[in-house]
Design a protein around this ligand. Structure first.
Ligand code: ASN
Ligand code: ZN
Length: 332
């Protein structure tokens, strides 16, 4: 009869995702009335409070350059909207807590701040402007990564240290890839790279690679006893690798112009089931099987249970989950 839709009247000239439409409120603020009133604020180099809600005399935001203060806001607002839409339309979850309530974003945090972060206490995410205040950390995958930390807190609550910390980080990378493919943005196409747009290394390389995590020089490709002692942004590697293998399978492949090669630790091939099914399995495991202390062995059990619920225990999907975990040295 009637489908309620987000109202998108704004035009965002983003730095990383080209020209996009934005959800705004009349005459005019960055308040996404179709998505839980998610708002975007300008910290203007401050480090506390909410700063100032972005407002303007027209409904055009940013000019695509970091010199224009609205540009980072347009990127952040767009990233929040795509993440909202992904969780709502694909995973059936409305809002980070599943209660329909929007979070908020803060951009232009501090000076030369080369990071972005989610904070449960403000239910908000924050973005630095990067090195020289010139490379904001506001790309779509970073936005989805940070907001997913909020989703993880509201669901499994994976403790942010040891193996559960690696799984927490991997969950953010996995869902960031899922959101990026879902958004299908012509300027920032879906990939299994993390942070490829923000040039955080200054040489064009991404922050992380999901097909072969060790390509970043620090992440682990496979589980080993003692991986719990590694920084969570690197102990995430086996789970990111698992997700790539489950989605795309082992071996060489080019997707949206990016070449991947994903060898398994056991040398056995994995046949992928596609990223849409893989993300459904991961999110179902996160939201109904994992707990705060889930480790790699338990993540295997939980994702197998999720695959069994979704596709049956005799399905090709169930077998692929087992094969992909074996490919990163988890399981029997
Ligand atoms: N950007 C980092 C992350 O989301 C912030 C942190 O260390 N938690 O992982
Ligand atoms: Zn993170």
């Amino acid at each position: 009869l009637y489908e309620w839709q987000a109202i998108e009247t704004g035009t965002g000239n983003t730095e990383y995702s080209g020209q996009v439409t934005l959800g705004t409120a009349p005459s005019y603020t960055l308040t996404d009335t179709g998505r839980g009133n998610h708002k975007t604020y300008n910290l203007n180099h401050g480090t506390s409070g909410t700063g100032t809600l972005f407002s303007g005399s027209d409904d055009v935001w940013g000019d695509g350059t970091p010199q224009n203060a609205e540009t980072a806001a347009a990127d952040a607002h767009y990233g929040a909207a795509e993440t909202w839409d992904y969780y709502k339309n694909v995973q059936g979850r409305t809002g980070i807590r599943g209660d329909g309530v929007g979070a908020y974003s803060r951009v232009h945090y501090g000076n030369n701040y080369v990071n972005a972060f989610w904070d449960d206490s403000c239910f908000c995410m924050t973005y630095g402007d990067g090195s020289g205040n010139a490379a904001p950390l506001t790309s779509l995958d970073v936005a989805a990564h940070e907001m997913t930390h909020g989703v993880t807190s509201a669901t499994a609550g994976l403790v942010y240290s040891g193996e559960s910390g690696g799984l927490n980080e991997a969950t953010s990378d996995i869902m960031a890839a899922a959101v990026e493919f879902y958004a299908n943005n012509a300027t920032d196409k879906g990939d299994y790279l993390v942070g490829e747009k923000i040039d955080i290394n200054g040489n064009g390389t991404p922050l992380r690679y999901m097909d072969k995590p060790s390509k970043d020089g620090a992440s682990k490709d496979s589980w080993y006893s003692g991986i719990g002692g590694v920084d969570v942004h690197y102990s995430s590697g086996p789970a990111n690798h698992f997700f790539y293998l489950l989605s795309e399978g082992s071996g060489a492949k080019t997707i949206n112009g990016v070449s991947y090669n994903s060898p398994t630790s056991d040398g056995l091939p994995v046949t992928g089931i596609g990223r849409d099914k893989a993300a459904l399995i991961w999110f179902k495991a996160l939201s109904t099987k994992f707990s705060s202390t889930t480790n790699y062995a338990a993540a295997r059990t939980g994702t197998l249970a999720a695959a069994g619920d979704l596709y049956g225990t005799t399905s090709a999907e169930y077998k692929a989950v087992a094969d992909a975990w074996a490919g990163v040295n988890v399981g029997s």
